[in-house]
Design a binder for this molecule. Structure first.
Ligand SMILES: *Cc1c(COP(=O)(O)O)cnc(C)c1O
Length: 369
């Protein structure tokens, strides 16, 4: 059997940058908590995405949770959320005992539809925050979404967990709203084994997030707490991996783009195949190469055929409003996200793949036509 090909697996630098930073942490015994790698990783990430400050946290999910707290989302508040996403986007709304309202995608971006968002604003003018997702490294239509949030004076949080390195009109996703979050989970474009980052230009709010993330310890000699605390901080060892990975991010984007172009060239003209949408403003990180199938070959035909050759592929995320846990909440839209779910597939996008792996994959797929 061939070695398994993954959708997207951890890819450490050939140069061993990550190990150097980990070694520094060991040598200085700053294993935990915090330390130089955490501070530097926050600075380096903020510099990279051109944001004023960042808080390194234990996960992207934790970053969304604290972003909701930072904008003041409380029990009973309404939060608009892209429906086509991973559940980690929506779960923190429930952690806050707030109420999600799911917003449909549009065909043009696969991300939050500005028209559906506008409709939602008219229905729920008292909404507290909007969480917009940049799926698979494609950016949402930010001009329209930012304009709507400004018009209704509502806080905007960007879930850029999948889109680190993606630019919209030259500006990094995650830096358009009040807060942006990134994830360094094992399958993301760069990974720390697990971790997340909250970025914002509101430096004093980021300071507050760091305080909440370390159990809200008030400045006192004894343990004093005047606010609810969380144990959400990133460790200094993990941050070392992140610093090393950040050095190869551009290289990873380049390879991901190469993979996408390969699939587009080989599969883009097959009957019924539509590659994921590219817009003139887009400079994606191509985290996963996805396509939508309108013909007789169905996503599971491809997934099955690849699985038999020990190759991983996946359907597109199942929309939140279709999930048993979330279906009781309101949903604004038509059936765009449902159609994308029914027709969409994520192809193997692992940056360790060689040309021969890619050739093998497209050969297996083409046989189905
Ligand atoms: C991975 C992911 C997250 C969660 O990040 P974790 O670091 O795994 O908590 C959130 N949103 C989206 C869209 C993701 O893909």
């Amino acid at each position: 059997m061939n070695n398994r090909i993954y959708l997207s697996s951890p890819h450490m630098s050939d140069e061993g940058y990550e190990m150097e930073y980990i070694k520094n942490a060991f040598d200085s015994n700053w294993i935990a908590p915090l330390g130089e790698n955490v501070n530097k990783f926050e600075e380096e990430m903020a510099t990279f995405v051109r944001s004023k400050a960042g808080a390194a946290l234990s996960s992207g999910t934790a970053a969304i949770h604290l972003a909701l707290r930072a904008v003041g989302v409380e029990e009973g508040d309404i939060v608009f959320c892209s429906t086509l996403t991973f559940s980690a986007t929506a779960n923190p709304i429930i952690y806050q005992n707030a109420v999600p309202v799911f917003i449909d995608s549009d065909d043009k971006t696969w991300n939050m539809c500005p028209k559906a968002l506008e409709k939602a604003f008219r229905k729920y003018p008292s909404v507290k925050a909007v969480i917009v997702v940049h799926l698979y490294g494609l950016s949402a239509d930010m001009d329209k979404i930012v304009e709507l949030c400004k018009r209704y004076n509502v806080a905007l949080i960007e879930d850029a967990a999948e889109s680190l390195g993606t630019l919209y009109k030259g500006k990094h996703t995650g830096t358009f709203g009040d807060y942006g979050i990134f994830s360094f989970n094992g399958n993301k474009i760069i990974t720390t084994s697990g971790g997340g980052m909250l970025v914002s230009d509101k430096e004093e709010r980021i300071e507050k997030v760091r305080f909440w993330a370390t159990q809200s310890k008030d400045p006192a000699r004894h343990y004093e707490h005047s606010e609810l605390g969380f144990n959400y901080r990133m460790s200094n060892v993990v941050a070392g991996i992140g610093r090393g990975q950040l050095k190869v991010l551009e290289e990873r984007v380049k390879k991901k783009r190469y993979i996408y172009k390969f699939y587009k060239r080989e599969l883009g003209n097959l009957e019924g195949v539509e590659m994921m949408p590219m817009n003139s403003w887009d400079h994606p990180n191509y985290w996963l190469s996805c396509l939508s199938l309108k013909g007789k070959v169905r996503p599971f035909d491809i997934i099955e055929a690849l699985e038999q050759e020990n190759i991983e592929s996946r359907p597109i995320w199942k929309p939140m409003h279709m999930q048993p846990f979330f279906e009781k909440y309101d949903y604004i839209g038509t059936d765009i996200s449902e159609t994308l779910f029914n027709n969409g597939i994520c192809l193997p996008s692992d940056t360790k793949m060689e040309d021969e792996d890619l050739s093998r994959i497209v050969k297996i797929i083409k046989k189905l036509w």
